[in-house]
Design a protein. Structure first.
Length: 354
């Protein structure tokens, strides 16, 4: 891996990740300090350091040192971190990072862009802009120029997340009139405002997309499809996705399963089942759609949704059979379907935790 120093305070380049890392050290957090996160551009990383420093020390602290003038952050609401424990600081920084800069990860198959929210299409010799809206990757259109796509992304990001959003160009380059058409819109309305035709792959469930007139459930592990299957029913595909996710990626299932209230676990989980990542989860692989883009992501609010308090099993025997049909590299998935319909819970829990 290794790193390269930056011209900015608290910033270094991580060659292995291909991103700029931000680390901040203050006496209250110990010698090692705390990681603020990884960013696509050096400038974004430098500003993230500044916001963390302001939050930790306060704007008027005599030891406060930032990369840019404090006036640059006068209009921003920066979470107060003074007096928090190290774990609380890490949690708050992560939530803030996800709020202003939702993860955008592209497949190595795609032509790499130097801009956030921009990638190439496998079908067109153009640049495509995409952004997360309520946890779903949203298509913002195809553009001949890479910079044109980046500026569309910027305008939508600022309209959705405010002046604290991470952008490719300075927020001051965009007028309020440019941002107004995109404010407070849902995914479909946003696409209509841009004159973009929605992709005919959307589903109301995670891990499910439209394909050949049917619904496909799919789970990716280590950038390879570990499970793919077609269903006539959208909900049937969603339940199959949940079952495959629990078998193949149980940690992700804690956050991303579609039917959490019908899973056979209580709110506190089960002994032996891996807990969801407590800190930086940038190493986790996102689900990728057929264009190579992330199709599932953490909610832009930074919240990891957990189970409801229900501990009873849900679903029908028919849906359980559908969940267990075919999962490549997942021979123990049928143990999960038995558990869903209330049979033999002990072995199924052990198989999931192994």
């Amino acid at each position: 891996g290794g790193g390269t120093k930056s011209q900015y305070r608290g910033v270094s380049y991580d060659r292995k990740k291909g991103k700029w890392r931000v680390q901040i050290k203050v006496a209250a957090l110990g010698k090692s300090g705390v990681s603020v996160g990884y960013y696509d551009t050096e400038l974004a990383a430098a500003r993230a350091y500044d916001r963390a420093a302001i939050g930790l020390l306060g704007r008027g602290h005599s030891n406060l040192q930032t990369n840019f003038e404090l006036d640059d952050y006068a209009g921003e609401s920066i979470p107060r971190l003074t007096g928090k424990t190290r774990e609380e600081v890490k949690s708050t920084l992560k939530s803030e990072r996800l709020r202003v800069a939702p993860r955008r990860r592209f497949s190595s198959r795609a032509r790499t862009s130097r801009f956030m929210g921009v990638g190439s299409s496998n079908r067109k010799n153009q640049w495509q802009a995409r952004i997360l809206v309520h946890g779903k990757v949203t298509h913002l259109g195809y553009y001949d120029g890479e910079e044109a796509a980046a500026r569309v992304y910027d305008r939508v990001a600022l309209a959705l997340h405010g002046p604290g959003a991470q952008t490719n160009f300075g927020a001051d380059q965009y007028s309020a009139e440019e941002l107004a058409p995109f404010a407070d819109l849902d995914r479909e309305s946003l696409q209509r405002a841009l004159g973009v035709k929605p992709m005919d792959k959307s589903s109301r469930f995670r891990g499910v997309s439209r394909k050949k007139g049917r619904w496909e459930a799919k789970v990716m592990v280590n950038r390879r499809w570990a499970y793919r299957e077609l269903f006539d029913s959208e909900e049937e595909a969603a339940r199959a996705y949940d079952a495959a996710l629990w078998r193949l990626k149980p940690r992700d299932a804690l956050s991303y399963a579609n039917f959490k209230d019908q899973l056979p676990f209580g709110a506190q989980g089960v002994d032996g089942l891996p807990a969801p990542p407590a800190d930086d989860d940038d190493d986790e692989e996102d689900e990728l759609d057929e264009d190579g883009y992330a199709s599932d992501a953490t909610d832009a609010s930074g919240r990891h949704r957990r189970f409801g308090a229900q501990s009873g099993a849900g679903g029908t025997r028919a849906s359980a059979r559908a969940m267990g049909r075919r999962v490549e590299s997942a021979p123990n998935l049928h143990a999960f379907t038995d558990l869903v319909v209330g049979q033999n819970p002990g072995p199924a829990i052990n198989s999931l935790a192994s």
